[in-house]
Structure formats: C-alpha cells, structure tokens
Design a protein around this ligand. Structure first.
Ligand code: CU
Length: 142
C-alpha cells in the first residue's frame, strides 16, 4: 500500500504541468505574412522566470530599448544569430527590439509580475518606421 502511494506521488510529480512560466520565443525571418518577427510579441512571466529566444533564422537579436525597461535594470543586447535568454528579476514592462530590424516591426514586450507601473515610460518611447504603428497596437493591449 505504501509502495502504491509512493508510486502515485511519483506519477503526479512527473506528470503534473510545470509551474514555471518560462517562455520560448523564436526569432524568425517570416511568420505568415510578417517578415522579421518574434514568434510572440508579448509574453507575461513571473518574477524570476526566464525567456529564451531561439535563433531559428540568422541575423536577429534582442536589445532592450533605452528607457523601455524598469528603473535600475541594466541594458541587455544579445549577439546576432545566437540563441539567447534573460532571467527577469525586476517586475515591470520590458520593451525590446531586434537591432537591425527595429524599423521593420521586429519588436516585443515582456511584462514581469503583472507590473505595469512603467507603462507611461513605455508610451513615451520612440519607435521607427513600420514599428511605430505595431508598437502602438501592442502597447494598447498590454
Ligand atoms: Cu531581426
């Protein structure tokens, strides 16, 4: 009987869904009709969670936008054509873009700990070209 209970506990531990809210995002040349795009434009994670960006197609990266991250957070810029990740330990909204495609709509947002206290800073960010309209739509949906 004790053995059975142990087996049931083990089964539950192995088969229960992960409580972690880590996210995976692909960096792509094309997704449907869009070109140069992150597979997810907005993700919501908990404090301490990690977001992984996979370099599915080469030539992309992740760069936090100056003024578009919570106060006290260091800047972050990944290498082109490389998988990258970032662990979000400070709550708030993080705005980022792909450095070479920042005017082509390749932008994204991470909301950490459901904290939107820096939303006004995010609204003041300057976006370029095709990203301007996309940013407006995304920010309005945060
Ligand atoms: Cu890119």
């Amino acid at each position: 009987m004790k053995n059975l209970i142990l087996k049931i506990i083990l089964f539950l531990l192995l088969c229960s869904p992960s409580y972690s809210a880590d996210e995976n995002i692909d960096m792509l040349n094309r997704l449907g009709k869009e070109i140069n795009v992150y597979s997810k434009k907005i993700v919501n994670v908990d404090v301490g969670d990690t977001v992984f960006w996979k370099s599915v197609n080469p030539g992309h990266n992740v760069e936090f936008i100056k003024g578009g991250i919570p106060a006290g957070v260091e800047k972050f810029k990944s290498k082109y054509s490389k998988d990258t990740s970032y662990t979000f330990n400070t709550p708030g909204i993080y705005a980022y873009w792909c450095t070479p495609h920042k005017s082509m709509g390749m932008i994204g947002f991470v909301v950490v700990g459901n904290d939107k206290s820096n939303l006004e800073d995010i609204k003041k960010l300057k976006f370029y070209g095709k990203s301007t309209k996309i940013a407006e739509t995304l920010i309005n949906s945060l």
